[in-house]
Design a protein around this ligand. Structure first.
Ligand SMILES: NC(=O)c1ccc[n+]([C@@H]2O[C@H](COP(=O)([O-])OP(=O)(O)OC[C@H]3O[C@@H](n4cnc5c(N)ncnc54)[C@H](O)[C@@H]3O)[C@@H](O)[C@H]2O)c1
Length: 261
């Protein structure tokens, strides 16, 4: 009797991962390669992807929307339409309203939301033409509730709306779109904060019910699941990978109800 194919395997499939050179991006590349996929990377920094055994790479600044759309169209023409896209690139420095102005707001919404749309526009059309495709967005807990970084958070919430729009309007074209919302992950994205305050992570941990942070591999495993045929029945979903942060307010229970200051 023939055994059914493993729905978590991606042998023969291609995936384009944005932000491939970053902390979570590198874990995504490794995880998708281990699952058998042919992995292409996109990042603004070609050198950052040099250590990865990629099938090909795309150097693109997602804040430059026309250039991103054109580069994506060229990529599809040269390498074919990817079976899967993981829209993972992201950036923020505007920690609270005090550090925002119109320029920073626009730049963070461009990098985190508009650039994802520009990159995906030609790819979604190509996926629809062949009636198959799977897209996973790496959003954030910041897209679900407010934890600082207002412009970034607006963009991350926008990615959730964009994923749902794709799920609803493009479902009949065979396209699935889902979202992973990580909590804090110790990647280079935290370097500037830890340089300013080396003890910062000790103050982050008490917010997390599991008592530890999410790892880049934890995020990559959840993305792989949603991208793969194992999630064939799932579209428009938002999966927090946040060690329990958005399940509720642990400090309220401890401080108010258990009386532990
Ligand atoms: N680290 C966390 O605590 C955390 C939490 C929630 C969500 N996230 C999200 O996870 C994703 C990956 O973050 P990370 O922690 O690996 O960060 P990272 O800084 O290690 O990696 C981000 C990658 O995105 C690329 N990038 C940034 N701006 C770009 C642009 N304009 N054009 C093209 N590429 C660009 C960077 O070059 C880098 O390779 C991001 O979307 C981030 O918002 C991270």
């Amino acid at each position: 009797m023939a055994t059914a194919p493993d729905p978590f395997r991606l042998d023969g499939r291609s995936v384009l991962i944005t932000g491939a050179g970053g902390g979570i991006g590198s874990a995504l590349v490794e995880r998708f390669m281990a699952a058998g996929a042919r992995v292409f990377g996109a990042d603004r920094d070609a050198a950052g992807m040099a250590h990865l055994a990629l099938a090909g790479q795309l150097t693109v600044d997602l804040a430059d929307l026309p250039a991103t759309e054109a580069a994506s169209a060229r990529f599809v023409a040269a390498s074919g339409c990817p079976d899967i896209v993981v829209s993972n690139a992201g950036f923020t420095r505007g920690e609270s309203f005090e550090s925002l102005d119109v320029g920073v707001w626009r730049s963070e919404v461009d990098i985190n939301l508009n650039g994802a749309y520009a990159l995906l526009r030609p790819i979604v059309d190509a996926m629809a033409a062949r009636r198959a495709g799977s897209i996973v967005f790496v959003s954030s807990v910041n897209g679900l509730a407010h934890f600082g970084n207002p412009a970034y958070s607006a963009a991350k919430a926008g990615l959730i709306a964009y994923a749902r729009a794709l799920a609803v309007e493009r479902g009949r074209d065979g396209i699935r779109a889902n979202v992973v919302a990580p909590g804090s992950v110790r990647t280079p994205a935290w370097d500037h904060r830890l340089a300013a305050d080396p003890a910062l992570l000790e103050r982050v941990l008490p917010h997390y019910p599991l008592g530890h942070l999410v790892s880049p591999a934890d995020v990559a495993n959840a993305v792989l699941f949603l991208a793969s045929p194992a999630a064939a029945g799932i579209t428009g979903a938002v999966l927090p990978v946040d060690a329990g942060l958005t399940a509720g307010n642990m400090r309220f229970v401890d401080d108010v109800l258990r009386g532990k200051a």
